[in-house]
Write a protein that binds this ligand. Structure first.
Ligand code: PLP
Length: 411
């Protein structure tokens, strides 16, 4: 028999909404056409993807043609980052500004130290090829300092990639401010004929709670994922501002305006659209999620000694609480809670099963040991007060037992 599940890992993935699933099912069964086929089944599938594109575009306040569907947010992040850099180096080469061997060294990217691996890894790969990169530090709450960003801008800066919300601690970056700043800088650069700086943001964790109007944010690229918003896995999307040059990263049949080839995941795209539409009607639940998160935080602080809250309450999402439990391994806590049917994560396990200390927590200034003792609780649409009570009943004993094993005595 399946044990009782207390799911507090919504930042890793969300259960699919039953209405979203219902919208998707016909495209997995009777409406199985390929949108590129000219017959009626193909036409039906094309209509569904066109309609989804239009509705997603409405939510983001952009044009349908500015939405490119991908196989994941990871793919969308890779497309934005590699696509911009590749295009810049090609255009520089064609304009005779560089020799072939110098093409790539001339580009500079600014990002933050706490990005998701889906952003950091393509950037690191480009860095190995000679691209210059500035990794902005963050303060104790996980927020970058705008003046550090200004100082980092060089004449060869072509891309700023800053996530909207961090997946481990929920920190919200001042995206709108960055967008306005880059707009001003780009106007000056335009007058003097200097390359524009493009602005990309990974907004995967933001959509459920924050306004993702691309015009208000001032972004050129915005990444989203289906499975973080109660939609399906295996589908993501990239907003690409009209007229932004980008080199495709997946070549083939020329689907998605030849920016991302491959037969469209029609059911996934329909699911992503249904999920993002539903987010609007769920915004009212935010206050109750925040109340439950605060109950969890105060309950943990009251009942367990020597704990440290790594996520800030201000400037962060209302659903994430990241704690370090001194003297107890985060992984061991996660496994012990799993035995009781409680699903949570360590921050570092969000994208892989790596046992490395979280780069995000290290960037906040935590010692390796503190980072290793961290656990992320992320609440969502279906979290109840009784579930929080249950966690608060189980967790103190788990931490106490693990501390005994490690020989740690709490204050
Ligand atoms: N970006 C952020 C901030 C995430 O939290 C995640 C998922 O953990 C991703 C990107 C990757 O999303 P996907 O699983 O759709 O590739």
């Amino acid at each position: 028999m399946r044990k009782k599940i207390i799911y507090l890992d919504y930042a890793s993935t969300t259960p699919i909404d039953s209405e979203v699933l219902k919208e998707m099912l016909p495209y997995l069964k009777e409406k199985y056409g390929n949108p590129s086929s000219v017959h009626f089944l193909g036409e039906e599938a094309k209509l569904a993807t066109d309609n989804a594109r239009k509705k997603v575009a409405d939510v983001l306040n952009c044009l349908s043609e500015e939405i490119i569907f991908t196989g994941s947010a990871t793919e969308a992040d890779n497309l934005a980052i590699k696509g911009v850099i590749e295009n810049c180096k090609l255009s520089r080469f064609h304009r005779g500004l560089t020799t072939k061997s110098e093409q790539i060294e001339n580009c500079h990217i600014i990002t933050s130290m706490i990005e998701h691996h889906a952003v950091l890894e393509p950037i690191k790969a480009l860095e190995k090829q000679g691209v210059e990169v500035t990794y902005l530090p963050v303060n104790k709450s996980g927020i970058i300092n705008i003046s550090n960003l200004v100082k980092a801008i060089e004449e060869n800066t072509v891309l700023v990639s800053i996530m909207y919300v961090n997946n481990e601690i929920g920190a919200i970056q001042p995206l709108k401010q960055i967008g306005e700043l880059l707009q001003e800088i780009n106007e000056l650069r335009k007058k003097s004929g200097v390359q524009k700086i493009y602005f990309h943001s990974d907004a995967v964790q933001a959509v459920n709670y924050l306004d993702c109007d691309v015009k208000k944010l001032g972004v050129d690229f915005l990444t989203l994922s289906g499975h973080k918003i109660y939609g399906p896995k295996g589908v993501g999307m990239l907003y690409i501002k009209k007229g932004t040059p980008i080199s495709p990263q997946v070549l083939g049949g020329g689907q998605e305006a030849a920016v991302r080839s491959g037969t469209e995941n029609v059911a996934g795209i329909v699911g992503l659209e249904a999920a993002i539409e539903k987010v609007k009607s769920q915004k009212l639940k935010v206050k109750s999620i925040e109340k439950l998160r605060n109950k969890l935080i105060s309950g943990i602080i009251k009942t367990i000694p020597d704990v440290q809250l790594n996520s800030s309450i201000k400037n962060s999402l209302p659903n994430i609480a990241n704690f370090s439990f001194k003297g107890a391994e985060g992984e061991a806590i996660v496994l012990a809670l799993d035995q009781k049917g409680i699903c949570v994560s360590t921050g570092s396990a969000c994208s892989s099963r790596s046992l490395e200390p979280s780069h995000v927590l290290l960037a906040l200034g935590l010692a390796e040991e503190e980072a290793h003792s961290s656990v992320r609780f992320s609440l969502g649409r279906y979290t109840t007060s009784r579930e929080i009570d249950y966690v608060l009943k189980i967790l103190p004993g788990v931490v106490e037992r693990l501390r005994k094993i490690s020989g740690y005595s709490a204050r």
